[in-house]
Design a binder for this molecule. Structure first.
Ligand code: ADP
Ligand code: MG
Length: 405
């Protein structure tokens, strides 16, 4: 279905046209009538499926620009998502009088307070900063008609459950609540149960939870050889832009120091940088001034970098959800992407689970450790050894095998 078939106000339709949005994405088409009708919603869809506009297009039509108060509240887990959400909203609302504004931590609070005192219709916020502002007593939720919990699974992971419940408890009157998420772990079910009233459930998550437009490469590499492997891999690929994920800040720092010797147009991002620095890096990455970005997971969620062709997991993600979120940065909107993950010995059981649960078809670069029991760096030695069999019971063989895998 096309946006032009929706009977949208011309100022919104023209903005969408200017953005090049013609066909609605499946989640946009599925959620539009529900959001428009005022019903609560619990919507699940993969990252990159267009959830921001799915929410923005009907929401903007509910806002009365002649009323200066906050009429919609959007909660997002990180500052980056906050900025990105507002940027998309502002584009869609460009020809309206509706004012969308973002508040997040790490940025001058008094400037944010000034702006809110003037006129804001849609407030996009991280929970922490919003609660700060609530304590300053400059926010009024009296006119809020709609609350949106975006990337709800991540909101909860960052431990925002109590904050969200507190914020929602500050809205005393009846309102519409929309929950968007890429996954549905149990704590989301609880949040949905607590915050939504008779919601419509829409799930466009297919069985294959890892985005299908991505090819999944894995390499079982000794830690000392990862650097060389990575450089070799990147040299053989047509990389438009790559995101390289590490599990900790200090690893991001040290990998950056290593890789800058081999790669140009490289930078890094993690929560230890100032807000200004992070914003500038994201801007430059989005503008394709940076080709390789080394990141901790702050940059991994929901951020829309539509030119990323490769996602590298320098460290194996801690679970399947994190794998999906990281690799979801490549191959957005149906473009092909590649994920490349380094595996160490201790990651084996996690990898097996990942492949099974996310229904991934892995491509192994080098040895496939799941088909043979081998340790990196020991292959030669093993080959030379004569096959040796002890006469042992079947049961024992099984337990030994289990131990080894
Ligand atoms: P999600 O929140 O589901 O991760 P986003 O809202 O960030 O997804 O959208 C992902 C990308 O798709 C963005 O680059 C956005 O501009 C683009 N997009 C969204 N809707 C459409 C559409 N109908 N047509 C074309 N591009 C779209
Ligand atoms: Mg999103």
């Amino acid at each position: 279905m096309k946006f032009s078939e929706l009977n949208l106000p011309p100022n919104i339709l023209m903005a969408l046209e200017k953005m090049g949005y013609d066909e609605m994405t499946p989640i946009q088409e599925a959620t539009y009538p529900v959001i428009f009708s005022g019903q609560d919603l619990c919507a699940l869809a993969e990252t990159g499926s267009g959830k921001t506009a799915a929410c923005a297009v009907p929401l903007l039509q509910k806002i009365d620009p002649s009323n200066d108060s906050i009429q919609a509240l959007v909660l997002v887990p990180t500052r980056e998502l906050c900025m990105q959400y507002v940027a998309e909203m502002q584009k869609i609302a460009a020809r309206t009088e509706i004012i969308t504004y973002a508040v997040y931590g790490g940025f001058d609070k008094s400037a944010q307070m000034e702006k809110i005192k003037q006129k804001v219709h849609i407030l996009v916020a991280t929970p922490g900063r919003l609660i700060d502002l609530l304590y300053e007593r400059i926010l009024s939720f009296a006119q809020v008609k709609c609350v949106i919990l975006d990337e709800a699974d991540e909101l909860l992971k960052v431990g925002f459950l109590e904050d969200i419940e507190f914020i929602i408890s500050c809205i005393l009157h009846k309102h519409q609540t929309l929950l968007f998420s890429a996954t549905m772990p149990d704590d989301i079910k609880k949040l949905a149960h607590d915050c939504l009233h008779d919601p419509k459930h829409i799930s466009l998550i297919t069985e294959r939870a890892a985005p299908e437009s991505i090819e999944h490469y894995f390499s079982y590499t000794h830690p000392n050889q990862k650097h060389e492997e990575l450089i070799k891999y990147l040299a053989g690929e047509e990389v438009n832009q790559a995101l390289i994920f590490c599990n900790a800040r200090h690893k991001v720092d040290s990998l950056f120091r290593q890789l800058r010797k081999d790669l140009t147009d490289i930078d890094f991002i993690h929560a230890g940088l100032t807000q200004d620095k992070r914003s500038s890096i994201i801007r430059r990455f989005r503008g394709q001034k940076i080709r390789y970005l080394i990141a901790s997971d702050v940059a991994g969620r929901g951020l829309d970098f539509s030119h990323v062709t490769h996602v590298i997991n320098w460290d194996m993600p801690r679970d399947g959800e994190q794998y999906t979120h990281r690799t979801g940065r490549a191959g957005r909107m149906g473009r092909k992407g590649k994920a490349f993950t380094f595996i160490a010995k201790q990651d084996m059981s996690l990898v097996k689970k990942l492949i099974r649960n996310k229904k991934i078809t892995p491509c192994w670069l080098g040895k496939d450790p799941l088909s043979e029991n081998s340790q990196p760096g020991q292959q030669k030695k093993q080959k030379r050894r004569r096959p040796f069999r002890r006469p042992i019971s079947k049961e024992r063989t099984k337990t030994e095998k289990e131990k080894e895998t």
